[in-house]
Structures are given as structure tokens and as C-alpha cells.
Design a protein around this ligand. Structure first.
Ligand SMILES: [Zn+2]
Length: 427
């Protein structure tokens, strides 16, 4: 089942036709994520390789257009959807006796691959949750980093850049942090084209993914501004359709930079005012400007502003984020719930949750329901079933209303777990 393919997610997954652009020597291959191929007289430069499951499709799309050998692969970053569809290309190199292509990436990409190998099972687990609606759940090995095509040309340090030429076409590779610390982006002046990787994903930047490590809103803004200086005519995003036209390219880069500066600077301002996260978060929701809310490139389709607030806060602050010492070394939530149930019985909480639900206060209803679900004795089967069933209904409604694919999947995954628990209890 593929849910949430409307509202741009089908583009995000690359369910649209590949196309050539510019003088016809540039090929945009739609995928998860996108690939961009530059055909020169001396061979091909290939920016990004999608998830391994898209390998053959990507290979065939390229071979429909040209049979020239690949001379360079570039990894915008080492995520599973940008550096793993290499196998068909390597098989071809071997069968034709060609030289192995160079692979260009930032040094942090190598560290990333090492980290993936250490945390292989963990990453599989969190990615199954993040992509639960697109079959993530059913796949044993959704992703795995045990086979990588390792970089051979490595950009080092924070101001890293690398320029090369192939078949009289110049390629300029720059490093900037943003979604990751190993991002590189490509500027091809003769083709007036920028390849951004996930620094542009046709959605609000994925800057505060709840499952993933720290990301970099301020650096993201700076990367956008550096790209703007190039005055590109074409922008190849990591996900979604090709962005065409100097004005359009400038507009998407500039509004993204502005949004990243905004979220970062407003969080920093509030940290300096001595505010704790809860206050910062709710104030930030209040002040989110309409120009960001309504801009198509900032739709909260994958990442979202709410996550970005967390990312900006986490850049500078540790895990103690309430200012309330009760939360410093808290008791188990089950024990707290059990104590609350001593003050009032399960039915009272359950009825209150129902009233909140009927009044449209879904989030508050969840908090109250959790007291019953966590605190009720396990033999209080009927009450538990009723509470779980209401939680299931609330989550179902929340998924429907949720714009962010990631947030919707987090909620939906929990909904499946509740469904299973209900089944178990009914046995
Ligand atoms: Zn991606």
C-alpha cells in the first residue's frame, strides 16, 4: 500500500517520467532520490544514485539515452537514497572492461558508511517506521550499508571544494552542511545547472527529522545563498520535479534560505531570553509567517517547520529541556499513571478522554487516555480495550489531518501497534 502519494509525494518518490534538459546533454532521471547525468564527449558524470531498489530502473533510463561510460559518480550525501544504486553500473564496467569510475564525496560520507555498518539493524528499524506507509514494514532489509561503492575523490574539511573538467565541460563541487554533515552540491556553469541533493527536496527542508541525528538549519541557509550566487537556470532537487527558469530557481533558494534563517534566529533569540523548549515551541508556532506557510516549495510534505524548531533548539541545548527538576530523573510513566488512577478510577479518565475527543481536543484526549492505557491493571480488559480503541480512532484521524509524511508515518506506525495489541487482548 502506498499512502500519501497525493499532494506531491508521488513526485517525491520519483513516480514521474525522466527527461532531458538544457542543450539536450543533461538527463534528469526521476527516482528516490533523483539522478542527474551530464553527457560529455569523454563520458558521463552522474550525480547521485538512488536506493538500491531503483538501481536497474536508473541504469536502464540512462542507457536508453547514451552508451558512454560513466567517468564520475558524485554522492550528494551518503543517505540510502543517494548512494546505493551502483550495482548495475559496476556490473557493466566489469563486463565491458572499462576503468572504474571515480566516486566523489565528502570525507564525512565515509564516516557515515562506517556508522551505518555499526548501526545496521537500528537504522533498518527506524527506517521501517519512517517509511511504514510505503511498505517499509514488510521489508526485512529495507536498507543496508554492508555493500558500498566507496569514494575515491574525497573532499576534506568545512570549506572543501573540488573542480574538474570532462569533455570540455567544467564541474564545480562544493561542500555545505544542511540535512547532513557530508553534503556536497554541484554547479555546472556550461549547463547553467545546480544539483542540490537533499538541500532541496520540494518540501519544507527535512531539518529536524524526529528519528535522525542533528541537522543544520543555519548552514542550510548559507548553502542556499551560495547557490543563488550561481544564477542557475536549472535546479535538480534531491526529490521532486526539475526546477526550471532563473527566476523560479532564485525564488525557491531564497525562500528556503529565509525560512532557515528565521527558524534558527528566532529560536536563538528565545534561548537568549532564558526560555525553555515548551515556551519556545509554542511561541514559534504562533509567529510562523504566512509567506512561508503558503510557499509551494515549503509545503510541510516531508519535513516541516515544527520539526525545524526542534533542530534549531537541539543545536545549542542538551536534553534537559523543561526547566522542571521533576523531569530531570523522572519516574516510569506507568508508575505515574498508576498513582493518578488511585485518585480517580479508570472510567472517569476514559469518559473525560471521550469528552475531549468529542470536543475536537485530540491531543489532550491522548494524554488522558495514556493514563488509562499505561496505568490500568492488565486484567481490566474491557477498560483497556475501550481506551485502546479510542486511541486508535484518534490516531487514525490525526494521520488523515497530518501533512508531513514523516509525522503521519510515526503516528500510523503506533496505530498498527495498537491494532495488534487490541487483537491480542481480544484473543
Ligand atoms: Zn533523499
Amino acid at each position: 500500500m502506498v499512502r500519501k502519494t497525493t499532494n506531491g509525494m508521488s513526485d517525491w518518490f520519483g513516480f514521474f517520467d525522466s527527461s532531458t534538459f538544457g542543450d539536450g546533454s543533461c538527463l534528469f532521471v526521476a527516482g528516490m532520490g533523483n539522478t542527474c547525468v551530464f553527457e560529455t564527449n569523454d563520458g558521463l558524470v552522474v550525480f547521485d544514485l538512488p536506493i538500491k531498489q531503483y538501481g536497474l530502473k536508473t541504469f536502464r533510463e540512462i542507457r536508453k539515452k547514451t552508451d558512454k561510460p560513466v567517468k564520475y559518480f558524485l554522492y550528494s550525501h551518503g543517505h540510502f537514497d543517494h548512494a546505493f544504486a551502483f550495482q548495475p553500473f559496476i556490473d557493466e564496467v566489469k563486463s565491458k572492461g572499462w576503468n572504474m569510475p571515480q566516486v566523489i564525496a565528502h570525507e564525512n560520507c565515509i564516516k557515515r558508511f562506517e556508522k551505518y555498518r555499526m548501526l545496521d539493524k537500528y537504522h533498518n528499524w527506524i527506517n521501517q517506521m519512517q517509511f511504514t506507509s510505503v511498505g517499509g514494514k514488510g521489508q526485512e532489509n529495507l536498507v543496508s550499508a554492508h555493500d558500498t561503492l566507496d569514494p575515491t575523490i574525497i573532499l576534506k574539511g568545512n570549506d572543501a571544494k573540488y573542480f574538474f573538467e570532462l569533455g570540455n565541460v567544467n564541474f564545480e563541487v562544493y561542500h555545505d552542511k544542511g540535512e547532513t554533515d557530508d553534503s556536497i552540491w554541484l554547479w555546472v556553469p556550461e549547463k547553467e545547472t545546480i544539483c542540490t541533493g537533499d538541500l532541496m527536496v520540494s518540501s519544507f527542508p527535512n531539518v529536524g527529522n524526529p528519528y535522525k541525528v542533528q541537522r543544520y538549519p543555519k548552514d542550510w541557509a548559507i548553502a542556499m545563498e551560495k547557490m543563488m550566487e550561481k544564477d542557475a537556470k536549472y535546479l535538480v532537487p534531491g526529490h521532486g520535479q526539475l526546477i526550471k527558469g532563473k527566476e523560479k530557481v532564485r525564488d525557491v533558494l531564497s525562500i528556503t534560505a529565509e525560512a532557515m534563517h528565521f527558524v534558527h534566529d528566532e529560536v536563538v533569540k528565545r534561548l537568549n531570553e532564558g526560555k525553555w523548549f515548551e515556551q519556545i515551541y509554542h511561541e514559534m508556532i504562533e509567529i510562523f509567517p504566512d509567506k512561508f506557510k503558503t510557499h509551494p516549495i515549503l509545503r510541510p510534505m516531508y519535513g516541516c517547520y515544527r520539526f525545524a524548531i526542534h533542530a534549531s533548539h537541539r543545536l545549542y541545548h542538551g536534553w534537559y529541556n523543561t526547566g522542571n527538576p521533576t523531569d530531570l530523573f523522572p519516574s516510569k510513566s506507568e508508575d505515574i499513571a498508576k498513582e493518578l488512577l488511585k485518585l480517580n478510577d479508570e472510567k472517569a479518565y476514559l469518559n473525560h478522554a471521550k469528552n475531549l475527543f468529542n470536543g475536537g481536543k485530540l491531543q489532550l484526549a491522548l494524554h488522558i487516555l495514556d493514563i488509562v492505557i499505561k496505568g490500568a491493571e492488565s486484567n481490566h480488559r474491557e477498560t483497556l480495550l475501550e481506551a485502546l480503541d479510542l486511541k486508535y480512532q484518534i490516531l487514525k484521524q490525526k494521520v488523515k489531518e497530518e501533512s508531513s509524511f514523516i509525522a503521519a508515518n510515526i503516528i500510523d506506525n503506533a496505530r498498527y501497534q495498537i491494532k495488534n495489541r487490541i487483537k491480542e487482548l481480544k484473543k
